[in-house]
Design a protein around this ligand. Structure first.
Ligand code: C5P
Length: 424
């Protein structure tokens, strides 16, 4: 934990979902301490153990500490029905294997998928960190070392073992990195400086448009994706103003939060703070219409078999920002239930934005209120022509990102947005 500028204690892994893989080495006993330390930093920890790991520390210990059933078998119908290996891989914001034996590392490098943990690592789209622990002679062997080089090429973070007396009585490099240090490295993995010095304004959540003192029109937006983007932007060094409609989510640490209810309030708040913004990301599900008038008293149903509500258009916040003089880099979202490519590319042009992030909300396992999301990116020709992204994107083939947790997706999107903002 650390203190922020206001002197408040900050849990640096707050809301992060961490899958801890434990393999069969004597250092497995340290993974119990690791679970506690990760939880102290705010992480939600789930544990997957290889069968050899259970010889060193019991699943019951790890279950009691993590507060979740431990995942042990790939082919266990009961466990798989609770959360399959693919769902676990998707659930995680990061997979940490600590301790990782020489055998596990070799199997991971060669893409084995013959037990639960190796399959999760293979299926993971989030960052993977490996903390090796083994006898010093095993660590020094050329084949182990070439496996470590292979891990680096796979963009796996290696939390290098330390030197010292080993359980076998020998002395040398191979001891598991101390749990406190592992936690510090993980915190650093979530921090980067891609947006250092930049100011991002992000809208999130639904808006509510009152009909009378007790009723309103709204939508199913939970705010999760917008809040995750705010957190990812803060982790990337940005100053973030989060303009939020009503949600039940905890406010992201270190964001300047402006709470609004209606689309008109959201527009006013947005326009008041985009002058000095470097980017605007409109994630909010803004109600397109609002009642033409708000009844002063609760509307009565007596005698009426139907009721007519006159609705008028709300302002389009995203299009207003995009049309403003010296506008910031402008990104919109598009929730579609059909013909995603057609509608999203039309929105990119009509609203004159730099990027549209589209998702298919007809699939209820992603998008609105879901834990996961899966999006397709559409980038304006102007941005494409002056950024390094041009190789990956063409208007005809927008880029589809794999399905992942909203937190993992937010970090991926921030990386892409930062690259597009930076230019060539
Ligand atoms: O046109 P559509 O509502 O699908 O566009 C979605 C995008 O436009 C989102 O980025 C949303 O935040 C933004 N929007 C807006 N103001 C509106 C409607 C949508 O800023 N009134």
């Amino acid at each position: 934990m650390s203190k922020n500028n206001a002197g408040r204690i900050v849990a640096n892994l707050n809301n992060k979902r961490l899958l801890l893989g434990v393999t069969g080495g004597i250092a497995a006993y340290k993974s119990a301490d690791l679970v506690r330390r990760l939880q102290d930093e705010g992480a939600d920890v789930r544990v997957a153990m290889t069968s050899a790991a259970t010889q060193f520390i019991t699943p019951l210990t790890m279950q009691a500490l993590s507060g979740h059933p431990v995942h042990l078998n790939l082919m266990d119908a009961e466990t798989e029905s609770v959360m399959s290996h693919i769902e676990l891989a998707r659930w995680a914001d990061i997979v940490l294997v600590a301790p990782a034996t020489a055998d596990f590392i070799a199997r991971f490098v060669f893409g084995h998928g013959d037990d639960l943990l190796s399959t999760i690592c293979l299926a993971a789209t989030c960052p993977v960190a490996i903390a090796p622990a083994m006898n010093q002679a095993m660590w020094a062997k050329p084949n182990t070392q070439s496996n470590m080089e292979a891990l680096a090429k796979m963009e796996v973070t290696v939390l290098a073992p330390e030197a010292g007396i080993q359980a076998c009585g020998e002395s040398g490099v191979g001891r598991l990195m101390e749990p406190a240090k592992i936690v510090t490295c993980l915190v650093q993995m979530f921090q980067n400086s891609l947006l250092a010095g930049k100011h991002l304004v992000i809208t999130a959540g639904p808006t509510r448009e009152a009909i009378d003192p007790v009723r309103y029109i709204s939508n199913r937006s939970s705010g999760k994706q917008g809040y995750a983007l705010a957190t990812a932007a803060i982790e990337a060094g940005a100053v973030v103003t989060l303009i939020t409609g009503p949600t039940h989510l905890p406010r992201p640490e270190r964001a300047r939060v402006i709470e609004v209810v209606t689309a008109e309030e959201m527009l006013a708040a947005t326009m008041s703070c985009i002058q000095d913004a470097d980017a605007f990301i409109g994630v909010a599900a803004v109600a397109d219409y609002r009642p033409a008038g708000i009844a002063e008293q609760k509307l009565k149903k007596e005698g009426a078999s139907c009721m007519r509500l006159e609705l008028i258009r709300n302002p389009d916040i995203l299009a207003t920002v995009a049309a403003s003089p010296s506008r910031p880099f402008t990104v919109g979202f598009a929730a579609e239930t059909e013909e995603l490519v057609k509608h999203a590319s039309a929105k990119l042009k009509k609203k004159q934005v730099d990027m549209i992030i589209a998702n298919d909300v007809a699939d209820t396992s992603i998008g609105f209120d879901a834990e996961d999301n899966q999006v397709t990116l559409f980038i304006s020709e102007a941005v494409m022509s002056k950024t390094v992204m041009s190789e990956a994107f063409t208007p005809e083939s927008p880029q589809q990102l794999p399905r992942m947790s909203k937190d993992a997706l937010a970090r991926k999107l921030i990386t892409i947005i930062a690259a597009a903002m930076a230019g060539p």
